[in-house]
Write a protein that binds this ligand. Structure first.
Ligand code: FES
Length: 160
């Protein structure tokens, strides 16, 4: 995991607020443009999220997502280019497969896969980005805090 990603996760996980917290990994060729547009248009967005730009959605390792949850982040989003439009030889296809596997793991250990937002090619426009984020936060508000036991199953604490 690179240091910028780790810094973003750690520094967003502190604080006492109960409003859900989210980390959004945004491909710079797609969702980051939508996020930038939303900012320029001054669209009202949920306050409690941190955007982490990535070169490609495929650069987001499952480990980064698990680590975000382990720091108490309520939801994680991975937003990339549409399938077939990835700048790196369909790397986002592989990312999608990895994320689907991670979803199964999240459900298996009791952390709902609904806490993981994945989207490919649907957040390029500012209004798409804003609507997606708003919907994700509405969903996250229905969840209780992340179950520590479930998190332990996914990390080294759960071994042995
Ligand atoms: Fe955007 Fe790969 S370059 S998902």
């Amino acid at each position: 995991m690179n240091s910028r990603v780790l810094y973003g996760i750690e520094n967003h996980s502190s604080g006492e607020q109960r409003e859900p917290k989210a980390i959004i990994f945004a491909c710079r060729w797609c969702a980051l443009i939508g996020a930038d547009g939303a900012g320029k248009k001054r669209i009202q967005l949920p306050l409690n999220f941190r955007l982490i730009p990535v070169e490609c959605a495929a650069r987001v390792e499952p480990d980064s997502i698990i680590r975000a949850f382990s720091y108490g982040i309520d939801g994680v989003g991975v937003l990339g280019c549409h399938l077939g439009g990835c700048r790196y030889h369909n790397a986002n296809h592989k990312a999608l497969k990895r994320l689907d596997l991670l979803r199964k793991l999240l459900d298996t250990v009791g952390i709902s896969s609904s806490r993981l937002l994945t989207s490919f090619g649907t957040a390029h426009e500012y209004h798409q980005f804003a609507a997606m984020l708003d919907g994700f936060f509405q969903q996250l508000r229905k969840f209780p805090p992340i179950d520590e036991w479930a998190l332990a199953q996914m990390t080294d604490e759960g071994k042995g």
